[in-house]
Design a protein around this ligand. Structure first.
Ligand code: PHE
Ligand code: ZN
Length: 865
């Protein structure tokens, strides 16, 4: 008998080095969709052209469809074979017309890739390799085609029929069906194909481009959500104008549509002229969306719009180049958001996000360079490294080149590669050529994983007035990369005088490119204090020998807001890490710095609120040799309590001063006030003040917006006030018909810093509103629990078992979303041996599940290495 184990095929690995250009091009494709949720028929007509001189057959990727017929130049053929899902067809000439007819069942598609049903509508998701689930096609981004799409469907059920490009014609059929035809004149890879059929209402707008063309804008949602689309529509117009002003990029079609769907694996998708969004990044009104949601909506709307140039007009040669479009587009959306409000707070949020998601990835078993060398499943590489570290790499290029040369470089890039599938190298070479800057060494960032560690120490010789900055860099080994070479780090540096608080050396950019470098400053007559990596100019971990007093000085005086925030964070971190390591902790310096920050009336409230927040439990853990979640929680709570108690009157004053005047407004100032109220309320509760439950509940009941309501609920859920359960019930009942708000209700409980969180989460699994089949809901409970450092890491391993059980169940429905939630289990090397062994046991259990998806297999098996 055959041994199952040995008959298992090795997972297929795709390697960047193996890239070869396509054998066949498909300049034109016509698609005919006979739409039906149970059985959709698709006829595809491909005009194929042999590329170069070879005699290889045509290979069309496919997955899961039933093939009904194949014809070549109008004649049915049967000399084809199916190999690993792909259709292999021998062809004799250099150009042919291939027609295939297939059938698929959208309503049975739970993985949400290809054509699927969501909330009674039909929609598609094709990036990265979903188009092959719809029809047979060379599913790779370097095959660009002009698309002609015809759809027919039941008119009552699907009155709206949308696809990429421009609507051409439509009409009625008999049997209550109707049809529509759309053409997209811009050649595109199949991952940018989209169609939507549904019962949708539209919020229409219009935009006049820089050359005076009018673009018809539409945001399509279910009718009851129409009132919640205004913010997204405003953001879209603002983004269109911003891309014209900042990058000279004009929109190119006459129509731009966005559709919001409830079931979506990621945030949103940049399909040409027809973006499809997770509804959480479209729908907002003050009663249901927080300030954070409003900001995220504007950022994601802008991001997907910006892809029209960085991604669609210039696309990727292969999926190893993913950061070419994603890193650059994240950088573009970050700059856009910075321009809409407080740039300093935006930068703090971005760096916080990078440290929460990307630094741990770079330090763990799944570390990979922003341009990876190999993958089993490309969906697993839509990571914080590709997106957020990728954006930091582009930001460094902008810093090194300066704004003008950077823009000249991006102009050259867009111009030269318009209509093509490009590489990261094409981008760097364009910037290099346009600026005349040698970027040879800088390119190492594309191939080397891991977060560089920089040590900086400032020596001062009082007599000679000489100061010397000694810098050294080192990147720790990552899987598959044992030894690293020095990278180029642009470090914004400034020196302050300790006595006068004046400038001793003005800000300038030091390019650290050697393993070690010394920079000399002359004429330094007073003791200098180092402000380094201002604005977080390089994505590195900086270790300095600055004292608590110097950090407090910078926390009060630094004129770079990010550096000021960073100094306070470092002061807090040093205190917390020492305490978690069992050292006597003196809270006085942190308390004084916090008091100075909230008392500084010149500071923007949004900035002050961010700056007085303690580092997260997981970020504290990242600083320790062995993460001790209980100790971290204990010392952090103790510091929070002391800050709350020592500054009770300050917090109450800050809370009252941040009372909104008049009703709700969405503006940077009003957001800052709400943020300060939330932070002050948190510290008042942390102080243990007897009336904090009343205060939080009063805010919860009086709130005229979700930001205030949710911050009050979060505070109540964390504690044991009598109003805790009533508030949760009121919230649930009020929003039981709003899925996006219910997600918050699940998350706030899964993230709670409480002893019973594990039990609560297991209980919530059985709640009538919980389902694994909606990715937002699965992430709201299971994803949120996985990042609750203390609750997830309870010593009996029940948190690990819970996550593994849920991911195994989710994998049978939606492998992509399941695989994304693996990383908390991959942190086994960061914890004590007992926890580490329990985590590994769960990963091993996952790897052995029969029929496990390749998404999960890759993530779980790599996590064990
Ligand atoms: N390309 C999308 C974006 O970043 C993300 C995405 C990837 C969406 C894969 C769906 C599937 O804008
Ligand atoms: Zn993107």
């Amino acid at each position: 008998m055959l041994d199952i184990q040995t008959s298992l095929a090795q997972p297929h690995v795709t390697r960047r080095a193996d890239y070869t250009p396509p054998d066949w091009q498909v300049p034109d494709i016509a698609l005919n969709f006979d739409l039906d949720p149970a059985a959709t028929r698709i006829t595809a007509t491909l005009h194929v052209q042999r590329s170069g001189v070879h005699d290889r057959p045509l290979r069309l990727d496919g997955a899961g469809q039933t093939l009904l017929s194949v014809s070549v130049d109008g004649t049915p053929v049967n000399d084809w074979v199916i190999e690993g899902g792909a259709l292999i067809l021998p062809l004799s000439g250099s150009a042919h017309v291939i027609e295939t007819t297939v059938e698929i069942a959208p309503e049975r598609n739970t993985q949400l890739m290809g054509l699927y049903a969501s909330g009674g509508n039909l929609c598609t998701q094709c990036e990265a390799e979903g188009f092959r689930r719809i029809t047979f096609f060379p599913d790779r981004p370097d095959v660009l085609s002009r698309y002609q799409v015809r759809m027919s469907a039941d008119k009552q059920r699907y009155p709206v029929l949308l696809a990429n490009g421009d609507p051409i014609a439509s009409g009625d059929l008999d049997d209550g069906r109707h049809w529509a035809e759309w053409h997209d004149p811009f050649p595109k890879p199949c991952y940018l194909f989209a169609l939507v059929a549904g019962d949708l209402a539209v919020n229409r707008g219009s935009f006049i481009t820089m050359s005076g063309r009018e673009v018809a804008l539409g945001i399509w949602v279910r009718a009851t959500d129409l009132e919640r689309t205004h913010h997204a529509l405003d953001a879209l117009k603002t983004a269109m104008a911003w891309d014209e002003r900042v990058y000279g990029r004009e929109y190119d079609l006459d129509v731009f549509n966005i559709v919001a769907v409830d079931d979506f694996n990621f945030g949103a998708m940049e399909n040409k002229g027809l973006n499809v969004f997770n509804s959480r990044y479209i729908l907002a009104d003050p009663d249901t969306a927080t300030d954070y949601d409003y900001d995220a909506i504007a950022a994601v709307v802008a991001h997907e719009y910006f892809h029209n140039w960085s991604g669609n007009r210039v696309t990727c040669r292969d999926w190893f180049q993913l950061s070419l479009k994603e890193g650059f587009t994240v950088y573009r959306d970050q700059c856009f958001s910075a321009d809409q409000g407080s740039a300093a707070v935006k930068r703090i949020e971005d760096v916080r996000g990078l440290r929460a998601a990307q630094f741990p990835e770079d330090a763990g078993p799944l570390a990979h360079p922003i341009r990876p060398d190999a993958y089993q499943e490309i969906s697993n590489f839509y990571t914080a490294t590709i997106y957020n570290k990728g954006a930091e790499i582009i930001r460094m290029l902008a810093t090194i080149l300066g704004a003008t040369a950077f823009r000249t470089g991006t102009d050259l890039y867009f111009d030269r590669f318009d209509g093509t599938a490009a590489t990261c190298e094409d981008f760097v070479a364009s910037l290099e050529e346009a600026s005349g800057t040698d970027l040879t060494q800088f390119r190492r960032w594309y191939g080397q994983a891991g977060t560089p560690r920089v040590t900086a120490s400032l020596l001062h010789h009082e007599g000679s007035g000489r100061a010397e900055l000694v810098l050294a860099q080192r990147t720790p080994p990552t899987p598959g990369q044992d030894s690293k070479t020095p990278v180029v780090l642009p470090l914004r540096v400034k020196l302050f005088g300790a006595q006068t608080a004046g400038t001793v050396a003005p800000e300038h950019v030091i390019l650290l490119s050697d393993a070690e470098q010394r920079i000399v400053f002359e004429g330094v007559t007073e003791r200098p204090i180092l402000s380094i990596n201002r604005g977080f100019s390089a994505p590195a971990i900086i270790e300095t020998d600055r004292s608590a007093a110097d950090l407090a000085f910078l926390g009060a005086h630094d004129d770079d807001p990010f550096a000021r925030y960073e100094a306070l964070q470092q002061l807090m971190l040093d205190t917390l890490v020492a305490a978690a390591g069992g050292n006597q902790a003196d809270h006085a310096a942190v308390i004084a710095a916090v008091a100075g920050t909230i008392g500084d009336a010149k500071l923007d409230r949004a900035f002050a609120a961010e700056a007085v927040l303690l580092p997260s439990e997981s970020f504290i853990g990242d600083q320790m040799a062995v993460v001790d979640p209980e100790a971290i929680f204990r010392v952090r709570e103790a510091l929070r309590r002391d800050i709350g108690r020592a500054l009770t009157s300050e917090w109450c004053a800050a809370y009252d001063a941040a009372q909104a005047i008049g009703g709700y407004v969405y503006s940077p100032e009003a957001k800052g006030l709400r943020r300060m109220r939330a932070v002050a309320l948190g510290y008042i509760a942390a102080s243990g003040a007897a009336d904090s439950g009343d205060l939080a509940f009063a805010q919860f009941e009086a709130a005229d917006n979700m930001t205030d309501r949710l911050s009050a609920l979060t505070t109540l859920v964390a504690g044991d006030a009598a109003q805790r359960t009533p508030a949760l019930d009121i919230f649930y009942n009020r929003y039981s018909d709003n899925a996006l708000v219910l997600d918050k209700w699940f998350s706030v409980q899964a993230m709670a810093p409480r002893d019973d969180t594990g039990d609560v989460v297991r209980e919530l699994l059985r709640h009538q509103d919980f389902t694994l089949s909606n990715p937002n809901r699965a992430r709201a409970l299971i994803g949120a629990f996985g990042v609750n450092q203390r609750a997830f890491n309870v010593t009996d391993g029940s948190g690990y078992r819970f996550l593994a059980d849920q991911l195994i169940a989710l994998d049978t429905l939606n492998p992509q979303t399941a695989a994304k939630l693996i990383p908390p289990l991959g942190r086994w090397g960061r914890f004590d041996a007992a926890r580490g062994a329990l985590m590994r046991a769960e990963l091993e259990r996952i790897v052995k599940v029969p029929g496990l998806s390749k998404d999960m297999f890759e993530q779980a098996s790599r996590s064990l290495e």
